[in-house]
Design a protein around this ligand. Structure first.
Ligand code: SF4
Ligand code: SF4
Length: 404
């Protein structure tokens, strides 16, 4: 985005403050500069003066990119795009060691063939939270890397990649989903097939969302171009990752300054659906066996705030026989995962996770359902650390009636 467009968007903020109490970082620090209104002001000021004021970057670093402020804003401020603009400018104008670390981390995380084996190896060595003294000594300054436990696949994932006689859909496995959540992908395929779909699985591809949200737009564009190449045709493109879905639906913005790709990106985006959205549109077929569970639904930010998909997952979960949906306080507030935020801003991320977990306990749920890999692994982390029996699963697993 060019600075003029960013300035126009920032000027839509009427400084009413309606977004403040919905901003997770403002709620924790109480600082105006850690609020959406404060951050928009910092961006406007930097555009007008051609430079960032001291400390501006730290407040922008602390933003989760959760976009809860967009939901709250009566003036329609497109905060997410302003944050992307600011981060992209900051990494090019004032590169820091932190950016290099973020880029290297994303270089691994977005490649399932690299990250999957690393996560398995790290788990085999016991390199998991709570962090050891060695991890703290090595990574203290930047936060201890999160080493989530990969799910054990049953092996049916790629076998179902082609064929079938139903309506064809493409399912993007995604990078983090591909590395850590293969069982969830298998469950998604089974659920889609139960709904009459013939699934073509797109493996070993990253949509570029993580890079885009971190300010590395060129890398994100390269990934988006490659993904568009392999997803040609008219079939719906489904995803079970809210972060991927929101980015792919916004590809046209990523290519706004490349007219030859912008149209292609728009067409691509019009085919993208979250898997829950697609099942809701098509009509849900519940499982025959009841699932006797109390389920709390955590709304992933990039599903609720970025894609506006709020009631659909709840309506579907209510139809699962045996399931009792229990209310979760602050269900639409970020859990602190936010891409690689929990690596770069571990303190704030931990505070948000503790808050989320306290509400999960209060809800009395024995299952937490959510629709994004970051939330899944981060909230699972909280359950494991506390030795809790609460299961944290993807929404599709509840819809399928298969929660172990
Ligand atoms: S994106 Fe989230 S953390 Fe950032 S300003 Fe908006 S509400 Fe606050
Ligand atoms: S709610 Fe919207 S217009 Fe009001 S202060 Fe927040 S961003 Fe600005």
């Amino acid at each position: 985005m060019n600075p003029k467009v960013a300035e126009e968007r920032a000027l839509k903020c009427i400084r009413c403050g309606f977004c403040l109490e919905d901003c997770p970082t403002y709620v924790l620090t109480g600082l105006e500069a850690d609020s959406p209104r404060g951050r928009i002001y910092l961006i406007r000021e930097a555009i007008a003066q051609g430079q960032w004021r001291d400390g501006a970057r730290e407040h922008l670093d602390r933003c989760l990119g959760c976009r809860a402020c967009e939901t709250a804003c009566p003036s329609g401020v497109e905060y997410g795009s302003l944050l992307e603009f600011a981060r992209q400018r900051l990494v090019s104008d004032e590169p820091r060691t932190r950016d290099t670390i973020a880029r290297l981390t994303l270089g691994i995380l977005t490649k399932p063939s690299l990250f999957g084996p690393i996560a398995k190896f790290a788990n085999a060595l016991g390199l998991r939270r709570p962090p050891s003294w060695a991890q703290r000594a090595l990574f203290g300054a930047i936060g201890v890397p999160r080493l989530p436990r990969p799910e054990k696949a049953r092996g049916a994932r790629s076998a179902r990649a082609e064929g079938g006689s139903g309506d064809q859909v493409l399912l993007l496995e995604g990078c983090v989903m591909g590395s850590l959540f293969q069982r969830t992908t298998e469950a998604t395929i089974r659920l889609l097939e139960r709904h009459g779909a013939s699934v073509r699985l797109i493996q070993r591809r990253c949509c570029g969302a993580l890079d885009w949200h971190q300010g590395f737009e060129d890398d994100a564009r390269a990934m988006a171009r490659a993904l568009m190449e392999v997803c040609q045709g008219d079939a719906p493109i489904l995803t079970h990752s809210a972060g991927c879905g929101s980015a792919m639906k916004e590809y046209a913005a990523l290519f706004a300054e490349e007219p030859e790709y912008a149209e292609k990106a728009r067409k691509f985006a019009s085919r993208v659906r979250d898997v829950v959205e697609w099942i809701h549109e098509r009509g849900y077929r519940p499982p025959e066996q009841p699932l006797e569970k109390r389920v709390a639904y955590h709304a992933a930010c990039h599903l609720a705030h970025a894609q506006g998909i709020r009631s659909e997952p709840i309506e579907l979960l209510q139809q699962v026989p045996g399931v009792r949906l229990v209310p979760l306080k602050e269900a639409e507030r970020c859990c602190g995962s936010a891409g690689i935020y929990n690596l770069l801003e571990p303190q704030m991320a931990r505070q948000l996770l503790a808050r989320k977990w306290s509400f999960v306990e209060e809800s009395g749920a024995d299952v937490v359902a959510t629709g994004n890999p970051g939330c899944l692994s981060w909230i699972r982390e909280a359950a494991e650390e506390r030795g809790s029996a609460v299961r944290v699963v993807h929404t599709v697993e509840v819809l399928l009636g298969e929660v172990e």
